[in-house]
Design a protein. Sequence first.
Lengths: 114, 888
Amino acid sequence: MADAELDLLQGTLDVMILKSLSWGPMHGFGIAKWIRQTTDGVLQIEDSALYPALHRLAHRALVDADWALTENNRRAKYYTLTTKGRQQLRSRVQAWEKYSAAVAQVVRATAAPV
Amino acid sequence: MRAFRFWRRDIGAEVDDEIAFHVDARADELVSSGLSRDEARARAIADFGDVDRARRMLRHLDEQHARSTARREVFADLWQDVRVAARSLARAPGFVAVVTLTLALGIGLNTAVYSIVDAYLFRPLPVPFGKELVVLAQSDPALSAPHEMSYPNYLDFRRDTAVFSELSAYTLDEVNVSGSHGAQRVMVQDVTANFFPMLGLRPAVGRLLQPGDDDGELAHPYIVLSYAFWQSHFGGDPAAIGDTIRVNNHPVTIIGVTPAGFEGTDGLLAIEAFTAINQTWPSYGAKLQDRGSGGFNVIGRLRPGLSLGAARAAVAAKTATLEREYPANNRGITMHLVPETRARPNVAISENVPIIAAAFMSLVLLVLVVASANVASLLLARATARLREQAIRSALGASRWRLARHAVIECLLLAGAGGAGALVLANVAVRALTTIRIAADVPLRWRIAVDHRVIAFTLAIVVGTALLAAIAPLLATRRTNLTDTLKSGGRGASGGHQRLRGVLVVSQLAVCVTIVVCAALFARSAANASRVDPGFRTDHILIATAQLGTQGYDSVRGARFEREIERRIAALPGVRSAALARYTPFGYNNDIESVLPESPTAPIPENGIGSFNNVVTPSYFETMRIPIAEGRGFDERDNESARKVAIVTRAMARRIWPGQSALGKRFRITKDGPVMEIVGVTGDIQYFSLGETPKPFLFRPYAQWYHSSFTITIHASVDPASLAGAVRAAVASLDPTLPVFDVRSFDEHIRSGRALLGTRLGAAFSAAFGGLALLLAAVGLYGLLSYAVAQRTREIGIRVALGAHTSTVVRLVVRQGLTMVAVGAAIGLAITFGVTRLLTALLFGVAPRDPVILGGVVAILLAVGVVASMVPAVRAARVDPLTALRAE
């Protein structure tokens, strides 16, 4: 049970990271902040869980990592969505929408089982 | 390149920096929402979670990833190199073919020779305790070569030394075996009962001999068959176990079969069956108690963990005791304890075998080195032609290491192809070797095979060759400053090695002359030999041998049998005439008698005239078409009770009674033997070796000199080999237990027997080596000239630009080639004059310095030289002056 939850969380986290990068390159802190703001703090994602996910995505070549300077002239590691990452995001979003629609249909159902 | 940056980057620092930035950025955010710096920092760290754990995890992830990336890139690089090398080789198919063939021949020769050396020297016997076997042999003042010992001495070593787990004695014997499967001559190893336990061998079927099976005399008449013999003569039928067959016409029970692949422990003979000592007829009788007689081979297994040195000391101590206790028979004996693999093919001569093997291996390795040198020279030519390309690649950042790796990979690919070709060639060669027949029904152990050990050896050679061939061009290009090369238009490369390569090629050409001359001499000899007239008929003759002695015939029954078998065979359809003889001309069995004449008219040595002789029935002269020049042949009158008569050849008559008729002359063959009167004189015959000058020879009548073994000699009106079955059947109709062996046509007897085997093998081997030498020399010359042309491309371009004609350029290159051929041929002929004199014994009908052969070989060499020079010459002629000079 715990593993399945983790898998779901992991998969969800990957999608959220990829989505956050769809607007352009971003460092880890920016990604964490975007997720926090976008979900209104509903999803409490620990930063210490975010980074391993980011690095794994980089190893799978879904994102590129490179050091660059921030607006405040500080060195930060920026992540950029690769072509492969963009494709992955698209297919994962589609799958997610299908899944959530199905779950929504079920939870809002009015007819009893025949 | 990226891999290196990735690898060297400090993963730990990056992870730390990334986390630090996050914490700082978060803290900044919190400060701007109103927290104090310290509070903000503490919150940020708390929000982050377990920082240490995250750091460890990230580092681990990144390091793992870096490692696998680096690994992948190395393989990708290597694969890339292999593909580049393969592509660049594919563009030069002629070059690849020549190099592959050269290496295949060079390596193949090594593989073939190694497979023989391995089979005879390295591979232990195929038995569980094969590696632990030792051979014990005796030498003494009478015979200094290690040899067999007496049975009592063997027993003493077995009983009184603690160094052997088992010590076994055996003799080898050919026996007559008969039963429902027919009658055969069989090679038997007659062993002590502990023989099979000593080897650790388990039966394939039934049981093997076991302790107790050699107790008493003729008490355990058992026989164990070898797997091969069981298959070939009993169809592998398990029901044969328990059958009674006859060994030397005495009943013996088959008790079991040895495992497949086991052929006894003799180094040369393949054993077909095993019996226990003193248990089959004829038994040893008193010989087993006689310390004065020898004849027992001894093989054993040392106690586990005991060193050979310790065992030798114990054996030496026991030997000293034996010498002291039995001085009459053991004075001056020395015992030799050697590992079984060091006692092959026979302990008497095995001491020199590793030296001979090493000499052979060095010789063929030398051939490989020469082949590699030729290949290196070809590679060098190729490298020189590509020097500009290399310089450009180097300028574009390809490291020297990368270029070197390229060369090595190219060589490995070539050597790999050569190695594959070598295994095929070695297989062919080994198969050809194993088909050599010696025209004698002796089961030779001749099991050479290209197996995994040989393949491993070949692989090692392949890698060695590749490196060897790759190093030369590498060194040459290393010495060249690539930048200078680029500037000067690719002339580069060293010229100092050129002379060394020239010497190498010239010596190859010289050796080539010698070997090819030998090959031609052998070939001519073999051709001449088949036309030699030995003084008797050799066509349409069939010979077949049988031995009555061990079958229990006495002289009366034997003589009756021999008369009857001659009569029956003479009556067979397709037989013109048949005779019996004790010996066969050019055979392995011969007898020399001393002729002591009563009244010679020429000086005769005191010991008489040594003379080969034969004992024959009257029809022998007609059958073999030996003309009676004077007097008469043998006939019915010359029987046992009549006076002893003889027939001599003209050479004998001339030697002892020159100027007189030998008819009526008398002689003895032993000082107190019977006097014989000469009743006839025949034409001269060659007897011992084909092509010899006929020597004095003597015939005696069979009826007066009974012998228990005989060779039936048949003159056939049909193909003689087709009569073999009828002859066997005729013998079986008289005695089904009597095996007939060495059945073959006289032509085959000459071809594969003692007469011509040496010459034919000499012809075959020198032809093979001659072809190899010719090919290697051609490749060497070709490589050298190709290199020279590649180096002189610019010079040739200038010549052409200045109006030199194509033919001038071709002549330029061909002249260089033919000069080397001429020098090589001259040196080769000088060597040949020295070497061929040693071959005189194997040659006939041809002089060692036959001018036609010498001239022909030089002509062949010149032709090969022209062909080898033409390819680079034509390439030189095609040099486009513009391309060649544009580099300036």
